[in-house]
Design a protein around this ligand. Structure first.
Ligand code: ADP
Ligand code: MG
Length: 671
């Protein structure tokens, strides 16, 4: 690498190539087969072939537009070469009487068999390629030939010992590393091309396996480091939690009981819990968190509960105070918008230990907030928080136990890879008595009908959410739309109380509006996407989402989950505006067809790819270049098992493998 100019190195950096070894791991996108010369008459149509012949004629036509037509003939037949754009040098190359070698797709054209824009080279005595020619991903200013030369040198000069022993490889039946990369850079002509393009060839499998294994190893090491930290053992009688449960107007579902047991067992350990509590929208995660909080409080520790928005924090505060204050627990509220004095008091209560449960937003993270003895931190809607914020929270206690909650389910393969350092508990059943939500897709040309339906619902005694469109480019415009919609619907729905809720309102105003909606003093609530998370009004049974095509799948699913919380049949109307992009169509189809959050998340992964999934880019977990979580799920499982075996029985193999695949990632292991 050191022999390259700075400009060349910079171009390689753009491709993610920093070291000699990265050249070896820069694998072809596809191949061209110039190992076999076909007679023109026998060459198959539709896929690229190599033929050779003599130029019989060559003319440049100007009508209907500029075009070069040349006829090339071999012993078996002839074809026409057509070029729409060409240089004078190409006219020379195709001069009558020259022998040329052509590589391209054969097809039936107006003048018989033809090749449009083939690769044209000098023919004759030139020998054929011995291997398929790799086509690499490249960048401006870097030719295939240049890249191929450097990669060839790296392959010849760099030792490529296998990082894995036979004991690991043999049962997996994967080939060795060196022969796998050599094959992928220069496959012999008999290599089945379909296996190469589909990336299912054993050599590809080996590379993908190695990549997944590196990811698994790094995650497991990070987890081992965490396990060495000590956390308070929380092991109370459970009396407080039992009392809370006894006071509830409902019984916990079997799933809620099961996850509570998992959490309780974790809390009793001397190392910090890192548990993700997953449950679809409305599954009842809050009560589980509240019981876990009771355990910590009963054992004499403080608990922090964090929500991504003020509205949600406020709702949690209301709910948790109502549940816990009667049990003698001091619940304190802390958000950024509190008045200075109230904030000072909340902060003081955190630091002198009198706040047993502190509920709030990010304000809790401020440096000024120090807990006396934080034992448990609960983060609601964890996908909304970045890794940095989670780490900041961890630093508040020595290493408190952490419970993260999310309604955005993580598909299995993602859970095994990007979230593999977390333990996961799943609430996989909804409380009884919920009615399924019916979803309708309606063009916004039929808005009037929708408004009639709203009036009818309100007459039945139900309440309605109207979600205004997300306008990412302009917050002002988004606000304006909400205000306009409010004015318009207030007029159209005479005699019905229409409220407005948006992100720019003062927290007290927001809280007052939400409270009025909860008490059914407002029947129709116009809202921006601020209601996306956590809001809970069981009597609301109709939701209208405007410009649903602009929203992401998990957002639509979260929004829709605001209805269907009570015993009434619920309806979600997705208003869309045409024309719809292909992605928007695909998304709307998914949300229309599915109500199961897991299935929706899986489809979302399929439509967007994992890089886009909430939180993954900043998660600090290495991204995948070769392996595909959807198609390589089986390899991922093998990699997971092998990582386990390596760390238990062959731990000396781990570091060399990580050095090869994830150089410079020691930092991750220290997190
Ligand atoms: P989410 O999992 O989306 O955070 P919540 O915790 O807000 O859901 O619960 C949704 C609603 O279901 C709340 O009104 C809650 O009191 C209620 N709930 C929770 N568990 C049960 C249960 N086992 N039986 C009946 N209702 C329940
Ligand atoms: Mg919730």
């Amino acid at each position: 690498m050191s022999s390259l100019t700075p400009a060349q190195q910079q171009r390689l950096h753009k491709l993610g190539i920093q070291r000699e070894f990265d050249l070896i791991l820069h694998l072809p996108l596809r191949y061209e087969d110039e190992t076999h010369l076909y007679p023109i008459a026998d060459a198959p149509m539709g896929s690229p072939v190599l033929v050779e012949g003599e130029v019989l004629s060559c003319e440049v036509n100007y009508k209907p537009r500029k075009q070069l037509n040349a006829r090339v003939k071999d012993a078996s037949g002839s074809l026409v070469v057509r070029l729409m754009n060409f240089y004078p040098s190409q006219v020379q190359q195709l001069a009558v009487g020259k022998r040329v070698r052509l590589y391209g797709d054969l097809r039936h054209g107006y003048f018989g068999t033809e090749m449009v824009h083939p690769k044209v080279r000098v023919g004759g005595e030139v020998s054929l390629q011995e291997a398929l020619s790799p086509i690499y991903p490249t960048t401006a200013g870097l030719s295939q030939a240049q890249l191929a030369t450097w990669i060839g040198k790296a392959l010849a000069n760099t030792p490529m010992p296998d990082t894995l022993s036979d004991a690991i490889l043999a049962p997996l039946q994967l080939p060795d590393f060196a022969s796998s990369v050599r094959l992928l850079h220069a496959p012999t002509p008999d290599t089945p091309k379909i296996l190469l393009t589909a990336r299912t060839h054993p050599a590809w499998q080996r590379l993908k396996f190695d990549e997944l294994l590196a990811q698994q190893l790094s995650l497991r090491l990070a987890r081992a480091v965490r396990r060495e930290k000590t956390a308070p053992k929380i092991n109370p009688d459970g009396r407080l939690g039992a009392q809370l449960i006894a006071n509830l107007p409902f019984d916990l579902t079997a799933a809620q009981k099961r996850v509570l047991l998992e959490i309780t067992q974790d809390l009793a350990q001397a190392h910090p819990m890192q548990r993700l509590l997953q449950g679809d929208v409305g599954a009842g995660k809050t009560i589980v968190a509240a019981v876990a909080a009771c355990h910590a409080i009963e054992a004499g520790f403080q608990v922090a509960m964090l929500a991504p928005t003020e509205i949600l924090a406020e709702q949690h505060f209301q709910k948790l105070s109502a549940w816990l204050t009667p049990l003698g627990v001091n619940v304190v509220w802390l958000t950024g918008s509190l008045k200075a004095k109230a904030k000072r008091e909340a902060i003081a209560a955190a630091s002198d230990g009198s706040a047993q449960l502190l509920v709030g937003t990010h304000a809790i993270f401020q440096a000024s907030v120090a807990f006396q003895n934080l034992g448990l931190a609960i983060v609601d809607e964890q996908h909304r928080f970045g890794v940095q914020q989670r780490l900041a929270l961890r630093e508040k206690g020595q290493s408190p136990h952490q419970l993260m909650m999310s309604a955005t389910p993580i598909p299995r393969t993602l859970a095994m890879s990007f979230y593999a350092d977390l333990d996961v508990s799943v609430i996989d059943e909804l409380p009884p008595g919920r009615t399924p939500i019916i979803t309708k897709l309606i063009s916004d040309a039929r808005r009037d009908e929708v408004i009639e339906r709203i009036a009818a619902k309100v007459l039945e005694g139900r309440q309605v959410y109207w979600v205004c469109p997300l306008i990412e480019e302009s917050e002002t415009l988004q606000l304006q739309t909400a205000v306009d919609t409010h004015a318009q619907l207030s007029e159209e729905l005479e005699g019905i109380a229409v409220g407005l809720l948006h992100g720019k309102m003062k927290p007290e105003e927001k809280a007052a509006t939400m409270a009025a909606f909860s008490r059914n003093e407002i029947q129709v609530l116009i809202a921006t996407t601020v209601i996306e998370v956590g809001v809970d009004v069981p009597n609301a049974s109709l939701m209208v989402i405007e410009h649903a095509e602009r929203m992401g799948l998990s957002q639509l699913h979260q929004l829709r989950g605001r209805v269907g919380r009570g015993a009434h049949a619920s309806l979600c109307i997705l208003l869309y505006t045409t024309p719809l992009s292909e992605t928007a169509k695909a998304r709307l189809k998914v949300i229309f067809e599915h109500t199961d959050g897991f299935e929706i998340a899986r489809q979302d992964l399929h439509i967007r790819g994992p890089g886009d999934m909430a939180g993954i880019k900043q998660s600090g977990v290495p991204m995948l270049r070769f392996a595909d979580l959807e198609t390589d799920a089986d390899l991922l499982e093998l990699a997971r098992d092998s990582a386990e075996t390596i760390l238990q029985h062959h731990v000396n193999l781990a570091q060399p493998h990580l050095d090869r695949w994830l150089p410079g990632r020691e930092a991750l292991l220290k997190v």
